[in-house]
Design a protein around this ligand. Sequence first.
Ligand code: K1U
Ligand code: ZN
Length: 179
Amino acid sequence: MAVLPILIAPHPTLKRRAEPVQEVDSEIRQLTEDMLETMYDAPGVGLAAPQVDVAKRIVVLDCADDDQPPQPYRMINPELIWTSDERDTREEGCLSLPDIYADVTRSAACKVAYLDEQGRQQELEAEGLLAVCIQHEIDHLNGVLFVDHLSALKRNMLMRKLAKQQAGKKPAKKASAGA
Ligand code: K1U
Ligand code: ZN
């Protein structure tokens, strides 16, 4: 198992549409385990493969409460097969947009079809945080970030805040010893 580096926006892989997985083999299983370890380490409640610079349609999630046992999901080629007309607004964050939060309105419930780590077809109906997280992670597979659901004004403001914050984290350039 390994903790993988998480891409920070803007990065071209985060804006690409990810490719479907053709075969669920040991390499894909290893990647899902590494993604789960990366998500727990961050910590987060979800992670999509493009966030670790892999343009494949894979997500992992665990939205269990702290006082509940872990409930990890490994979803390969996930597809939303139903979304509720009822909408819900919640504050979202993203491991690729550190310290940026905003209210996003999405379907309150959804049903997702996916392959599990054994390549078996599964379906899951979700509501609450899990439904939000599934929609957020599937957006990542389509090159969409949660800020893309906001007005251009709000999105540009948050992206400028992120750019400033990231510039502040870069090590200062060494003064050259030249003439
Ligand atoms: O995709 C990601 O970047 C993961 C993201 C998922 C998500 C969170 C909230 C709403 C929608 C989607 C995160 O996990 S951000 C971190 C976070 O929310 C969290 C971290 C620790 C404990 C609980 C939540
Ligand atoms: Zn995210």
